[in-house]
Ligand binder design. Sequence first.
Ligand code: G3P
Ligand code: CA
Length: 335
Amino acid sequence: MFGRKRLVVTAVVSAAVVIGPVAQAEAVVDPHPILFQPGVPDPRPRFGVPVLWSAPEVVEDAPGVVGVAHRGASEYAPENTLAAFRTAASMGADMFEIDVQETKDHKLVLLHDSMLARTTNVEEVFPKRKPWKVSDFTLAEVKRLDAGSWFGKRYSKEKVPTLPEVMREMRSSGLGMLVELKDPADYPGVEKRVAAALRADAYWTRPDPSERTLVVQSFDWKSVRRFHELMPDVPTALIGKPKASKLSDHAGYADQINPDHNGLTASYVEKVHAAGMDVLTWTVNDAAGMREVLGFGVDGVITDRPDVFRDVVRAAAGREAAHEAAHEAAHEAAA
Ligand code: G3P
Ligand code: CA
């Protein structure tokens, strides 16, 4: 357990108590420096600088491995709503994940399903518009919907947010954003529209990639490649599990491989790392499962329950610090 990551935990625990260049020197002991250590150069060919970072307080809490709130903290608040993203921030997540779809008038909205029925009251508001595909509705129509009551009455004011709204509202959180292009084949040109939305927001596309956390991913790897060609300085991820023999090809346009945790192995994670990419796995909601994938050496865990992940990482860091202290005490006693 915590094989490769044991080094990372050690490095960042050290970084939390030592300031400046010394902390950076400590951190580079990891043979595969992860993307999330601030100030540590990333040696992999596509990036001269680390492309991702976490706010300092988050690094202390979740050293090394990134906690990503899946559709926001979707165990506790309605998925893909501002309430879910704010809850994720309050629970110490490093990033939040969102699903992007398009309305009839090509506005980018956050919704997991291509139909509006599961997560809104669309059947009540527009009873004659079955099957309630989001692409059959204008943004003005979508904005009339309640996107929270299905989850709980207290969320009745939640609306389906647009991508620009979420970017604006979440700037101050310090969290990173993992943007999933959902069903991009149904929305020809969506990569261009997402790129335009990102470029229009100076916070999320700050010129120095080491100062921001933004990743674009999809199950549709051709779409990821198209997006990469439009915005090569924004990290990308392939959702799924490409054949090991193809990983080096994918590394030409992708920075992460984000597989289902079911069937994931330490050996596969190692192969992804050898190809110069990171692994963020989904959707892991229980502490035992989180500990298992941390043992595989993953770089991030995508979860509906970011609070559980935070506690797992804190406990691991605590164990590591205790181990170090015991080791030092034994060393001194022997001297
Ligand atoms: O981030 C990966 C994960 O979100 C993919 O699954 O169906 O929840 O979008 P899904
Ligand atoms: Ca998703």
